[in-house]
Design a protein around this ligand. Structure first.
Ligand SMILES: [Zn+2]
Ligand SMILES: [Zn+2]
Length: 231
């Protein structure tokens, strides 16, 4: 199947969401609480109504990625997918941050770690998901580490959306956004290293991240080698 695939970054105040347009459009991540209108406007720029969305896929259960999920799910009628290992966090409306990685993380945590409207996903992933059922040539696989239920999406065009597996740049991606960095919060370092290796082994060309980016896969490879995160 060689369908057209277009991925558009929706830059929100805290995080990125992505509009993926295949035969049908899907939305990856749903911003922070209060971002629903911004996302709807970004869709409208591409002549897409919320009701056109075939799926809303959440890369993980943190509030800056699921914050407007309820509003968007209601507006669109689209199913809401999340990995089952982040279900409890999403339902609780409270972030589980794990280890705070460095000084910047400790400075930033009080600002980003706000409660969010509890989210109950209608599709709980516990195995790889082929997105062709939703009109998009791509596959979702589990890449835990940042959170237990983090996922990455691999598209046939060489792009991968990896959520908060890594971050681009400093200050939430405001500076040096194409430089790979560890995210501020890591639930499990060993799992994270394994997941980075898993992602790179699938040989994507670009990694689209939750903050900053995009990251060239070559840059991530070099960075992870230098940091002994992945072979
Ligand atoms: Zn996160
Ligand atoms: Zn995030």
């Amino acid at each position: 199947m060689t369908t057209q695939l277009t991925i558009t970054r929706i830059k929100l105040p805290l995080a990125n969401a992505y509009l993926v347009q295949g035969e049908r459009p899907i939305l990856v991540d749903a911003g922070a609480p209060g971002d629903a209108d911004r996302i709807a406007r970004a869709l409208a720029q591409k002549h897409i109504r919320p009701a056109d969305l075939a799926l809303i896929l959440l890369t993980h259960g943190h509030g800056d990625h699921v914050g407007a999920a309820n509003e968007l799910a209601t507006a669109s009628g689209a199913p809401l997918a999340l990995h089952c290992a982040d279900d409890a966090m999403a339902r609780s409306g409270r972030n589980v941050l794990g280890a705070l990685n460095g000084l910047e993380a400790r400075m930033i945590a009080p600002f980003v770690n706000k409660p969010f409207p509890p989210v109950a996903a209608s599709i709980l992933l516990d195995a790889p998901l082929d997105l062709r059922a939703y009109g998009v040539a791509g596959e979702v696989i589990a890449t835990p580490g940042h959170t237990a239920g983090s996922v990455s999406i691999f598209f046939d065009n060489g792009d991968a959306i990896v959520g908060d597996l890594l971050m681009g740049g400093r200050m939430g991606g405001a500076l040096w956004s194409s430089q790979p960095r560890l995210h501020y919060f890591v639930a499990d370092f060993a799992q994270l290293a394994k997941s980075i290796a898993t992602v790179l082994a699938r040989r994507p060309q670009r990694l689209l991240v939750g903050h900053g980016g995009p990251l060239a896969a070559d840059a991530v490879q070099a960075w992870s080698k230098a940091n002994q995160l992945a072979r």
